[in-house]
Ligand binder design. Structure first.
Ligand SMILES: [Mg+2]
Length: 151
């Protein structure tokens, strides 16, 4: 790893940390997979920052608001932190696919922003997610290892 730089475990949210309830936004429907917690802890113990990177097109589709998303993300973070996993950052893409943004996975915009914010050595990062297309695609675009989670 480049000296003085940080490494991160980049983590998908829906279907990886929590049960994917289809455009999840209602905190009362949040269910966290218990088996992800030891995985996150293992990487945290190895010195990886834990950073969530999530596509949330439900915002710009009008299914839920940024406030709803913020509440849901805050609860995910609170739950994980209460189980010993510190979440350093949560990056989300609010755009629909037709908006052709640079942040929607498998595009790399969210990770580039995280790299600037946390002084990451991107090549030392690892990505974990449940979607071969979105998460696996992002990992391939970054040239980093992909761990496919199967609950
Ligand atoms: Mg997912």
């Amino acid at each position: 790893m480049t000296r003085g730089k940080n490494k991160a475990l980049l983590v998908d949210r829906d279907g990886t940390i929590n049960v994917d309830c289809h455009y999840c936004s209602d905190v009362s429907k949040l269910v966290i997979y218990d088996d992800i917690i030891p995985v996150l802890k293992k990487y945290q113990d190895e010195g990886y920052l834990i950073i969530i990177v999530t596509n949330q097109s439900g915002v710009n589709r009008g299914y839920f608001t940024l406030d709803d998303l913020d509440r849901f993300n805050s609860e995910v973070k609170r739950y994980l932190e209460s189980h010993g996993v510190k979440i350093s950052g949560i990056y989300f893409c609010p755009h629909r696919p037709d908006e052709n943004c640079e942040c929607r996975k498998p595009r790399t915009g969210m990770v580039e922003q995280a790299a600037r914010d946390f002084n990451l050595d991107v090549k030392a990062c690892i990505l974990i997610g449940d979607s071969e297309d979105m998460d696996g695609g992002l990992a391939r675009n970054l040239g980093i290892p992909f761990i496919k989670v199967i609950h």
